[in-house]
Design a protein around this ligand. Sequence first.
Ligand SMILES: *[C@@H]1O[C@H](CO)[C@@H](O)[C@H](O)[C@H]1NC(C)=O
Ligand SMILES: *[C@@H]1O[C@H](CO)[C@@H](O)[C@H](O)[C@H]1NC(C)=O
Ligand SMILES: *[C@@H]1O[C@H](CO)[C@@H](O)[C@H](O)[C@H]1NC(C)=O
Ligand SMILES: *[C@@H]1O[C@H](CO)[C@@H](O)[C@H](O)[C@H]1NC(C)=O
Ligand SMILES: *[C@@H]1O[C@H](CO)[C@@H](O)[C@H](O)[C@H]1NC(C)=O
Length: 321
Amino acid sequence: MKPLLATLLPLLTHALQNLIIDTDLFSDVDDAGALLLACTTPDISLLAVNVNYPSSYSALAASAILAHYGQATTPVGATRPLTDEAFFDGWTFALGEYASKGAWDAVGLYRRALAGSRDGVVVVSIGFLDNLSGLLNSTADEHSPLSGPELIAAKVSELVVMGGAYPAGYEYNFWGGNASLAAHVVNSWEGRIVFAGYELGVDVMTGARLMAEGPPGDPVRAAYTYYTYNTSRPSWDLLTVLYAMHGLGDVFEYGNPGGYNRVAANGSNVWVDDDSVRNQHWLRLKVSEEEAAAELERRLLEGAWSAVRKTASRDNQTPDL
Ligand SMILES: *[C@@H]1O[C@H](CO)[C@@H](O)[C@H](O)[C@H]1NC(C)=O
Ligand SMILES: *[C@@H]1O[C@H](CO)[C@@H](O)[C@H](O)[C@H]1NC(C)=O
Ligand SMILES: *[C@@H]1O[C@H](CO)[C@@H](O)[C@H](O)[C@H]1NC(C)=O
Ligand SMILES: *[C@@H]1O[C@H](CO)[C@@H](O)[C@H](O)[C@H]1NC(C)=O
Ligand SMILES: *[C@@H]1O[C@H](CO)[C@@H](O)[C@H](O)[C@H]1NC(C)=O
């Protein structure tokens, strides 16, 4: 038998990976799958979720998903002003009981979450970059005396962005929001930044197993069913969050040794070769698209069922008096 301390020590010293997710949970369902992964993967601490699409339904859906996977205390932020534009209408209607949760101001939530965290936070952007632009331009407030760039330098270890195409292209997340703000964030970010491009996820098709074998009451399974009519979807955001949680692992490699990304005012991007710049990368798959899909499906199913097991064991507990 190991001495108790030797058994406990790895647990005590093993730090959780802090994550903030910025999502356009609205027009595609892979954002929902990405939240499932982030909520149910062990050793991940989800500090905050910001929604960069202004529909109030998006913020409600994010709250519903977080609550389902036992992350009801994770604050949700939203861009303002909120609209009542509907997309996942049936879905949010079905999950309306979680709707009472208020959404934070997105930039305020970034500042609060970063100020309150130790360093080493990974920020994952799987939608538009408007709120990150707001964070970069933010100044001292009640959360922190630091400016946006100072707060980022102190707390953020890496920004992981689903956007663009590599080595060059014209992709939705950069042009579909405010393209000049996407350019502002990418072109002026000083820390480490890693990109997941259009080509990375477009042929990695997931959702089929979650829909066929997932728990009946799972909200993300329901979202996939509503959105895709039972067919699989590309996995841009899932892959981006997988990298943000676990790094390159066995699934990814960097597509470039050096250089940096440049986003034009219209949202198109191009990789600029420059061996003197070493803190920017774009991702490539190290495995086949089928293998990457199988790994994501396995994680989606495992995560979805783990939430059911947790609820069941909670319900079976004898109350402690
Ligand atoms: C981001 O979020 C803030 C706060 O919700 C909002 O006021 C702003 O319009 C958004 N965009 C930018 C660029 O700050
Ligand atoms: C944000 O900062 C950039 C760079 O300093 C500046 O060009 C831009 O005008 C600012 N945007 C806003 C909305 O203040
Ligand atoms: C994009 O953001 C800039 C800076 O806040 C603003 O001046 C411009 O009007 C915005 N463009 C659109 C299309 O909203
Ligand atoms: C999707 O699958 C479910 C469950 O098998 C079924 O009830 C539903 O009709 C299917 N929908 C479509 C559009 O095929
Ligand atoms: C966007 O702007 C860049 C730089 O000005 C230009 O090279 C590119 O052709 C434009 N792309 C689109 C799709 O308009």
